[in-house]
Design a protein around this ligand. Structure first.
Ligand SMILES: Nc1ncnc2c1ncn2[C@@H]1O[C@H](COP(=O)(O)OP(=O)(O)OP(=O)(O)O)[C@@H](O)[C@H]1O
Ligand SMILES: [Mg+2]
Ligand SMILES: [Zn+2]
Length: 279
């Protein structure tokens, strides 16, 4: 299975699966259930805490074809009869759920081209047109102004979900037109539980100690399945090295420093803005 397929498989697909953000997911479920949807949401919080994941689940819930109104439990990727809307949203290729990366599309022409010129057309197939704008704080001032006009009077079947890691850079005029959700850093025990679930299901051979270290090094973000594999092979390599250099083979991770060193180097590399981040 490719890295992308595994990462997609382990991206939470239901509101229940989004760990550590229960207040937010419950509020969104209530809004869907009692038809109290806001037309613009702003999700803020650290990296890897579930902002994009929740935006996609909300988009699926709004547009799932299994019901003729928003569906609190949209289709799973493993459903044999998954609806086309949920499938395409999960694969980021829906015509009605548009993901815009404001980090690389900062200008007014980008906002015009991807949002404003598009907004008055009905959804191609689904109930709602959903615009997910990632790293929204990176938009230029003219781009924000253009967006503002749209946020003032969007069509009924349009929902905006904006996400940011730097809330303080989003202008007050935009904030005042959104319902804001602040995503929390995820408690270490919850991250550990999630990593353990992934390790067991994917049959990855890794000790609880190494998983705990991985959870700790995440500093409140969850890690990708790839990092669990990576930590597991580092732990394995470290055990093999110890076995080579000692008469007593090291059968447990206790005392093995590789995952710790790896986590520390990961923390150091995270401090650099150019460092890659998990999918
Ligand atoms: N709250 C969570 N519960 C379970 N898994 C999570 C959670 N948050 C993140 N993940 C895992 O981390 C991956 C990345 O999460 P996501 O893209 O939602 O983060 P984000 O908050 O949008 O981060 P960024 O600011 O970097 O865009 C997901 O695919 C998922 O595997
Ligand atoms: Mg994101
Ligand atoms: Zn569906």
């Amino acid at each position: 299975m490719s890295y992308q397929v595994i990462a997609r498989k382990w991206r939470p697909q239901t509101f229940e699966e989004v760990t550590g953000q229960e207040v937010i997911t419950q509020t969104l479920r209530n809004a869907l259930e009692y038809d109290r949807l806001h037309h613009a949401y702003l999700f803020s919080g650290a990296r890897g805490v579930g902002k994009t994941t929740t935006a996609r689940i909300l988009a699926k819930a709004l547009n799932c074809h299994k019901t003729d109104k928003p569906n609190l439990t949209p289709c799973l990727l493993t459903d044999p009869d998954i609806c086309p809307s949920c499938l395409e949203i999960s694969e980021s290729r829906s015509m009605d759920v548009l993901e815009i990366d404001a980090a690389s599309h900062t200008g007014i022409d980008d906002v015009r081209g991807s949002i404003i010129d598009n907004i008055n057309f009905n959804p191609a197939r689904d109930r709602f047109k959903v615009f997910i704008i990632d790293e929204v704080h990176q938009l230029s001032k003219p781009a924000f102004n253009a967006l503002l006009k749209t946020l003032e009077e969007p069509p009924d079947n349009v929902v905006f979900v904006m996400a940011t890691t730097e809330l303080h850079k989003v202008p007050e005029t935009i904030l005042s037109r959104c319902q804001e959700f602040e995503f929390r850093t995820i408690p270490q025990q919850k991250i550990f539980d999630r990593l353990k679930l992934i390790a067991v299901a994917e049959k990855i051979d890794i000790s609880d100690d190494a998983l705990r270290e991985l959870a700790r090094s995440g500093e409140g973000s969850t890690s990708s399945p790839a990092s669990v594999r990576e930590a597991s092979s580092r732990e394995g390599a470290s055990q093999r090295r110890r076995a080579l250099h000692s008469s007593e083979p090291c059968w447990t991770s206790r005392g093995c420093t590789a995952p710790v060193a790896w986590a520390a180097s990961r923390r150091r590399s995270r401090a650099s803005p150019a460092s890659p981040r998990p999918a």
